[in-house]
Design a protein around this ligand. Structure first.
Ligand code: ZN
Length: 596
């Protein structure tokens, strides 16, 4: 195991800003003290993923995932604890000296290395005699050698194990071969995944190759295009093809053209439209939108000129709006894609269409398959649009869109607004932890009291925290997660309780345990009489074990009576336990009076 000194971990955790880290991947909107967004770890339409900046933690009330900045990167990027620390250290300018390597950074560097080796191997193929027919094809498609070189296009030849030999010569480990996405495993062995394909390297933000798109060159494969699967270094939700090489052009006037295909991108790029990225034919995700927002405020969507392309453009348009980017949709001629269009009609016709690009509402109206002369069809379209508009975080933009829809529908703005509001459901109600369903069992009472104490300790109510510090007996905690959390919070130096709770989450190696912990810490206590609740919980925790002892003693007593044994001692011990319970009631009174 690579060991990172604890004080370095602490420094990284203290410097990392959870809001900042999560915002890279998730659109967050403020509501009260916390921020909410659509969970990146499960599919959802209404935000239940919440981030508490004051506590430096996140939790999803939909799927239960939760943690701190370090664990967020671990789960999102599928990387190790140390890798996550490395990323954060880099980001916040903290020097990180690994005491020993645990092999995980070796694993990742090998993943990158095999991709670099693959790019070089495919490029060599393309330049060789083998690649002649591919070079002819590229020429026929109108791509210059320069464009091919800028985007490192290559050729995966016919062999079953050519890239595999390259990997073996590089002494790449079996695990890397298994997980890099460049090979497939069948019952006959391991083979190159890409064969007879024109290869488009896909790069990440740092311009390192993390995957490939491959176009079938034999016409024999069912899939004309095949992409690398998701791997520890290739996160499809976040990467747009070409962006690492075009972002500077996008940044210049903060606009980006987004197309669907690799060829569309290359053709337009070659024709001087260099502020461009491609989705590789998948739906535009919120992660990709976040990436775009770093370089552009306006996006021109130039999707294929068919029903599927227009539908995808409309969806992408709304996604961009939700991410705070202004979408414009370019009208691509019927049955054309940007590549064939520009090749046929020249780039000027593209530029003209770009200048006339419409906003998403206008485009949606123009291309809905619904019959707008029919009233119920119209109202269905209004419903469709309102559902999308409900997801727009910026109220001003949302109102403007609502106005546009109302104008086009020739209906009252308020009517549209009502549908939007109806669709803007609040995040799912924060449910209690499942273990707290029954109030009647002593066990669940104990758990509930433990939960409440944690929440109160995390609440930052200094008077209550002080009361709990003086009176909590950790030995009465039955749940190990709660016990660990309570121990941390009770010893925490933060007198105000909640300045940074994220460190507590590093105490849990088990994902499930960390999730329970993050949830507890995030649930805010709205108790008006926090003091009384705290006292009740303290008393419950002490009382329940006594009650259980009495119950056991009673059973024993009955047995002894039946056996005709002397029970006086047992009776005395029950009496003693009863007395202790009475004492607790007295203690309750004293603690309650302490504040009055
Ligand atoms: Zn979730």
């Amino acid at each position: 195991m690579a060991r990172v000194p604890q004080d370095t971990i602490d420094r990284i955790r203290d410097s990392a800003e959870i809001l900042d880290v999560v915002s890279d991947y998730v659109e967050l909107r403020r509501r009260g003290r916390n921020y909410f967004g659509l969970c990146p770890f499960h599919t959802e339409k209404t935000p239940s993923f919440s981030v508490a900046p004051d506590k430096q933690i996140y939790h999803c009330f939909g799927c239960g995932t939760g943690g701190n900045a370090i664990s967020f990167l671990m789960e999102y990027e599928k990387i190790s604890f140390v890798e996550s620390l490395q990323k954060l250290a880099e980001r916040y300018g903290i020097e990180l000296n690994l005491q020993r390597d645990d092999g995980s950074s070796e694993f990742f560097s090998q993943l990158y290395d095999i991709h670099t080796a693959a790019v070089n191997f495919f490029k060599k193929n393309l330049a060789s005699e083998l690649g002649k027919k591919i070079r002819d094809y590229l020429k026929e498609r109108g791509l210059s050698n320069e464009t091919v070189a800028i985007f490192d296009l290559g050729y995966a030849d016919n062999g079953w194990d050519h890239l595999l030999s390259v990997a073996k010569s590089k002494k790449v480990t079996q695990e890397v071969i298994k997980k890099c996405g460049l090979f497939t495993k069948t019952d006959k062995g391991i083979f190159d995944r890409f064969r007879n394909r024109l290869m488009f390297p896909i790069t990440n933000r740092g311009d390192r190759v993390v995957g490939f798109g491959g176009r079938d060159m034999l016409g024999e494969s069912d899939a004309k295009y095949m992409n690398s699967p998701e791997t520890p270094i290739y996160n499809k939700r976040e990467i747009l093809y070409g962006l690492s090489r075009t972002k500077d052009a996008a940044r210049q006037d903060r606009t980006l053209v987004v197309v669907e295909g690799y060829m569309d991108l290359l053709q337009l790029y070659q024709n001087g439209i260099t502020n461009i990225a491609a989705t590789s034919g998948t739906a535009l995700t919120s992660g990709q939108v976040s990436q775009i927002r770093k370089f552009a405020d306006t996006v021109y969507l130039a999707y294929d000129g068919d029903a599927a392309g227009r539908k995808a453009a409309i969806t992408a348009g709304y996604n961009l709006l939700k991410g705070g980017i202004t979408p414009k949709i370019v009208e691509v001629p019927e049955e054309k894609d940007p590549d064939s269009w520009v090749k046929e009609s020249g780039v000027d016709s593209f530029k003209e269409a770009q200048a006339q690009a419409r906003d998403v509402i206008a485009f949606h109206f123009g291309h809905t398959p619904r019959d707008l002369s029919n009233a119920s069809e119209r109202s269905r379209l209004a419903e469709e649009m309102s559902t999308e508009l409900a997801g727009i975080g910026d109220e001003i933009i949302q109102r403007d869109m609502v106005r546009q829809v109302a104008e086009r529908m020739a209906v009252d703005e308020e009517a549209i607004l009502r549908i939007v509001k109806k669709n803007m459901r609040r995040p799912r109600r924060q449910q209690e932890t499942p273990s707290v369903q029954s109030d009647t069992e002593p066990g669940s009472q104990t758990e509930k009291a433990e939960c409440e104490i944690i929440k109160l300790l995390a609440s930052g109510n200094s008077q209550v925290v002080e009361l709990l510090r003086d009176n909590t007996n950790l030995e009465t905690f039955t749940d190990p997660v709660m016990k660990t959390l309570a121990g941390y919070l009770l010893e925490s130096e933060n007198q105000n309780g909640n300045s940074n709770l994220s460190g507590a989450l590093d105490l849990f190696q088990e994902k499930k345990e960390r999730e329970r912990a993050s949830r507890l810490l995030l649930e805010t206590t709205t108790e008006e009489d926090a003091h009384r609740v705290a006292v009740d919980c303290l008393i419950t925790l002490e009382k329940n074990p006594l009650k259980q002892l009495i119950e056991q003693a009673r059973i024993k007593l009955r047995g002894m009576e039946r056996a005709g044994e002397d029970t006086s001692e047992a009776v005395a011990s029950v009496m003693h336990l009863r007395q202790q319970i009475n004492d607790l009631e007295a203690k309750r009174k004293t603690l309650l009076e302490a504040v009055q």
